[in-house]
Design a protein around this ligand. Structure first.
Ligand SMILES: Cc1ncc(COP(=O)(O)O)c(C=O)c1O
Length: 393
């Protein structure tokens, strides 16, 4: 592969010196068709975006309907669009009472930015806590509360007053005090390699935030929208965040993010100053049409089937000698191998045999799997067959 692939040569930004450079023709269900007709089983759903399969007919139909009505008429917060209203209602219908008000933005990182600003506004405090292993996006604020130091170093200084606590460590909770505006936590850590919280830690974290008046921000940008075997991961742990951040699969393939809180708290962003948090494209009617369709599909997911197929994949992967360890929640898998080189070899072999697997940013000796929630039994069988073939050296 050429350094930088073709990207810079054709005037497009490159994000890595060695992009996969797969030329896409189309995508349907679990399959991505490349130029020339080669098909890849998408075992990562575009990194947790296509949870309802590529080209899902319900989503595509909702988009067509909205496209015929209008694409954009006005910045968010002035005109009211039916598709935005419906997506907000559908989203909050899954959520507890104190999460009844949605601010739609354009990406996951932007949802985090909005949530950080809102937490400062609610509490009047400056301190922010992230978690070791946490990943929240690449804008300055989101990067500030993410923990990978190597990725932050070239961009310093980031936000001040940010510290980190250990995920799943009860002792670290005492550092949440009355100086803290918010604690930002992925309910299930994605980039750290699908790290699942203990009930005891989440309960204690939630309790301490309540005690000192810090906002608990749960980032479910990747682990929400059904990825972990329930519509939203926090509902399985019997805690309710003060602010919930969403993105990725929320748009059914359209670019979108959202932060959700109570009406009373969200109202703080409407004044003093007025227009203190604004966005041109947030709540875009086409993006929210995708969201409405995705949320409707989320209602219909057969969670028992997800668990059955997920544990079947887990069983088969664990039995493979190349797999050293793995973690899974729903359809979110981190598969550990002996080394980074083994992982890269497996991913490359996957591309040869017809399956798309992918690296984590921060766990070089593991690869991720996050197949569409809508895959059938037959497709699940085909998918795991291809993955196991990729693990053969
Ligand atoms: C947990 C989590 N938070 C935030 C983000 C950032 O989302 P985006 O890339 O849409 O800005 C991501 C993206 O991978 C993520 O996994």
């Amino acid at each position: 592969m050429n350094k930088f692939g073709p990207f810079l040569d054709v005037g497009l930004a490159a994000t890595t010196p060695y992009p996969l450079n797969i030329k896409v023709e189309s995508a349907d269900g679990v399959w991505v068709t490349c130029q020339g007709g080669r098909k890849l089983f998408d075992a990562i759903s575009g990194i947790g975006v296509s949870n309802f399969g590529h080209g899902n007919v319900d989503i595509v139909e909702a988009l067509h309907t909205q496209i015929d009505l209008n694409l954009h008429t006005m910045v968010y917060g002035e005109f009211l669009q039916k598709s935005t209203l419906e997506a907000g209602k559908l989203l909050t219908s899954f959520l507890p009472e104190n999460l009844d008000t949605v601010y739609f933005v354009n990406s996951g990182a932007e949802a985090i930015e909005g949530a950080l600003k809102l937490a400062k506004r609610i509490t009047g405090r400056k301190g922010m806590l992230g978690c070791i292993g946490g990943y929240h996006g690449n804008t300055h604020g989101a990067l500030s509360v993410s923990s990978n130091e190597e990725r932050k170093a070239p961009f310093l200084p980031l936000l001040p007053d940010v510290s980190f606590i250990k995920f799943n460590c009860l002792d670290s909770i005492t550092s949440i005090d009355t100086n803290i505006a918010c604690v930002v936590v992925e309910t299930v850590q994605g980039d750290a390699g699908v790290v699942i919280p203990t009930q005891a830690w989440l309960t204690a974290l939630h309790k301490q935030c309540k005690t000192v008046g810090a906002m608990l921000i749960l980032d479910e940008i990747q682990c929400g929208m059904g990825r972990c075997g329930a519509p939203f991961a926090f509902t399985e742990f019997n805690i309710i965040p003060d602010i919930l951040c969403l993105g990725k699969a929320l748009g059914g393939g359209m670019p979108i993010g959202a932060f959700v809180t109570s009406r009373e708290r969200m109202a703080l962003l409407s004044h003093s100053p007025s227009l203190g948090h604004i966005t041109t494209f947030g709540g875009n009617p086409v993006a929210t049409a995708g969201s409405g369709a995705a949320l409707t599909l989320l209602r219909g997911i057969d969670w028992k089937a997800i668990e059955r197929r997920g544990s079947e994949w887990e069983k088969k992967l664990k039995a493979h000698p190349a797999v050293k360890n793995m973690r899974r929640k729903g359809y979110f898998f981190a598969v550990e191998m002996e080394s980074e080189a083994h992982v890269t070899k497996a991913i490359m072999k996957g591309l040869e045999v017809g399956v798309l697997m992918f690296w984590f940013l921060s766990v070089p000796h593991a690869f991720r799997l996050q197949p569409p929630l809508t895959m059938s039994d037959e497709e699940a069988k085909t998918g795991i067959g291809l993955i196991l073939e990729a693990l053969e050296t």
